[in-house]
Design a protein around this ligand. Structure first.
Ligand code: M6R
Length: 608
């Protein structure tokens, strides 16, 4: 979604702001802008569309300043346009703000300001904040913020410039991420770490209602009552290279290729690879808690939800615990019945997904324990959950999640195995065998990636298809859901997923000569049934590709096969999703899509 960067210091900040915004491009946006304090006033430059347009505008109309803010906007209120792009200023042009989030009561605030004679320039909710700050400005931005913030309903991360204080930059947040850091030449704010990592590795995570006042060499934090706060910084140990493409054409392709390493790194962290034992201290449930578990609810959105569906099957089948997986955006509003001893696992790559945060808070408010599977250190979910298990995927930049999903699946494998072991459903011997099977996955994942030419060939054969059906049974059905999401996200090709047994209850009516059907065929228990379902669509003209390990002869003779290495059924999803990620990638590539930043999508969905 939107991105914020800001700087106050000794350097001319335009290049710093533009570079920071570039690093946030992956979040998704449709306009961009910067503001600086120049000659005692606010200077603004904005442009619709890509950052290159803003750079061009600045090239034609240069500006200079040592205190500034920048923004990439993903439109919510008001179309993507020059006028609606941030920063926004008050009517006197005394202050400028950038804002991530949504002001829910903006309409009534706007009406009351209009009655006081304030004329608005844009259709955005954000401008209401700028005008309120301007209207109530008392000569001190800090006290003005204290006056205005309680009027705002909704969510915000804000960066504020006050032309009367050219050496200061203000920021605050409620419900949207914001970080602050001290570099060598000045102080920074940003909505996300990559924007400022080049300048500092020691990051302060702002909490809701904190206000920070930054100047060249100092950063002061205040709570909502105006008390000064002491905050600890967190050291970030990944570097910018992790956020670079490393010679790959796209981040998505790089991140797909990183998956064998992600699996290995995650295993090394959670499993003692010499003794082949789980490091118990890294697991979310103690032996007593594991034995006492009666119900687990898994919550997430999009790909994270799909990982949750696989997790649900694993926890039920291996650990024999009643488990449900739910979409966080539905769960939070459907007045769920929560058992007192129900455990929750929330899944989120970014740790900032608004719906997942709300669902997590609902469970916590009910007094239930929440475990988070999260990829971003210091994110809201990581900080608010009772226990965090980090997916060690490193920064995921492409909007379409790949390596974080595989890491989430792996964590579910480990949690389910460990819980099953603690509950007595797996012997020590079986546990070791399972961990040994997991230890073979990095090599096997690498073998899948090495076979990418074949996948690219299949994609080239399917380039004209208008829609694709992904089918599967059991875990393969959940994989089919993820495969369909990946394809539609990056290639904009209509795709659907179905439980293969459901086809004949309606969907099979859509199958005609040449329809592309991709069958996930890794679950041995139901392979025979799936083959029958494949036949049902094949005889009706469908072109079928099957993803399978050691496919039986009758399958390989009738349909095209994408072969993956053999793995136990429970672990097959970690391998079988990789060809589907590559398939989506190559389909998008030949259509010339903007693969890393698909239209209308944002990397972290911080509004509901
Ligand atoms: O950051 P999160 O894991 O909470 O994000 C959840 C979804 O928004 C995310 O998985 C989305 O579906 C991705 N674009 C999938 O590729």
């Amino acid at each position: 979604m939107c991105g914020i960067v800001g700087y106050v210091g000794r350097e001319d900040c335009i290049a710093l702001l533009l570079k920071g915004l570039e690093r946030l491009e992956y979040r998704g946006y449709d306009s961009a802008g910067v503001a600086v304090i120049e000659d005692g006033g606010i200077s603004l430059r904005k442009a619709k569309g890509r950052l290159a347009n803003l750079q061009e505008e600045i090239g034609v109309n240069p500006l200079k300043g040592f205190t500034g803010i920048g923004h990439t906007r993903w439109a919510t209120h008001g179309e993507p346009s020059f006028i609606n792009a941030h920063p926004h200023v008050d009517i006197h042009g005394r202050l400028a703000i950038v804002h991530n989030g949504i002001i829910e009561n903006y309409f009534s605030l706007r009406k009351s300001l209009e009655q006081k004679g304030i004329r608005f320039a844009s259709q955005t909710d954000t401008e209401v904040i700028a005008q309120l700050l301007g209207f109530y400005y008392d000569g001190d931005m800090l006290t003005t913020l204290y006056r205005v913030l309680p009027m705002l309903e909704g969510s915000f991360a804000l960066g504020v410039l006050d032309a009367a204080c050219p050496d200061k930059l203000y920021c605050t947040r409620k419900g949207n991420p914001l970080i602050v850091g001290q570099g060598e030449t000045g102080s920074f704010i940003a909505s996300d770490i990559p924007a400022i990592l080049e300048y500092t590795r020691d990051i302060y995570f702002m909490d809701d209602y904190d206000i920070a006042v930054l100047s060249r060499d100092t950063i002061r934090f205040y709570d909502e009552m105006g008390n000064e706060l002491r905050k600890e910084s967190t050291h970030i140990d990944w570097d910018m290279e992790a956020a670079e493409k490393d010679g790959y054409a796209h981040f998505m392709l790089k991140e797909i290729h990183q998956q064998p390493k992600v699996i290995q790194d995650t295993l090394n962290h959670y499993v003692n690879m010499e003794t082949m034992e789980i490091r118990r201290e890294t697991m979310p449930f103690s032996p007593e808690q594991a034995k006492a578990l009666t119900k687990v609810t898994l919550l997430g959105c999009g790909t994270a939800y799909h990982a949750g569906l696989v997790g649900k099957s694993l926890l039920e089948n291996l650990a024999k615990i009643r488990t449900t997986a739910d979409v966080a955006s539905e769960y939070r509003y459907r007045e769920p019945l929560i058992d007192k001893d129900e455990a929750f696992i929330v899944i989120s790559q970014s740790g900032e997904t608004a719906d997942t945060i709300a669902a997590m808070r609902l469970a916590k408010a009910n007094g239930n324990r929440v475990v988070a599977l999260c990829n971003v250190i210091g994110s809201t979910i990581a900080r608010e959950a009772d226990t965090v298990m980090y997916t060690l995927a490193g920064p995921e930049i492409a909007v379409a999640s790949t390596k974080a999903y595989v890491a989430q699946l792996l964590l579910f494998e480990l949690i389910a195995l460990d819980t099953a072991h603690q509950r007595g459903y797996l012997s020590d011997e079986q546990m070791k065998e399972a961990l040994q099977a997991l230890a073979r996955l990095p090599e096997k994942a690498d073998a899948v990636i090495q076979a990418k030419e074949k996948i690219q060939y299949f994609a080239s054969q399917s380039s004209n298809c208008k829609s694709v059906f992904f089918i599967g049974r059991l875990l393969d059905y959940y994989l089919a859901m993820e495969a369909a999401l990946k394809l539609k996200e990056v290639s904009y090709i209509h795709s659907e997923s179905y439980a293969a047994g459901e086809l004949k209850h309606g969907t099979i009516a859509l199958i005609e000569e040449g329809t592309l059907v991709v069958a996930m065929a890794t679950q041995h228990k139901v392979l025979g049934k799936l083959i029958s379902n494949i036949e049902e669509v094949r005889v009706r003209g469908a072109k079928v590709i099957a993803v399978a390990a050691n496919p039986p002869q009758m399958l390989s003779e009738s349909v095209a096969i994408l072969e993956i290495p053999e793995a136990p059924d429970a672990m097959a999803p970690l391998l079988a999703i990789i060809p589907m990620q590559l398939f989506a990638y190559y389909m998008a590539l030949q259509k010339g899509c903007d693969i890393d930043k698909p239209r209308n999508l944002a990397k972290s969905v911080t509004v509901e």
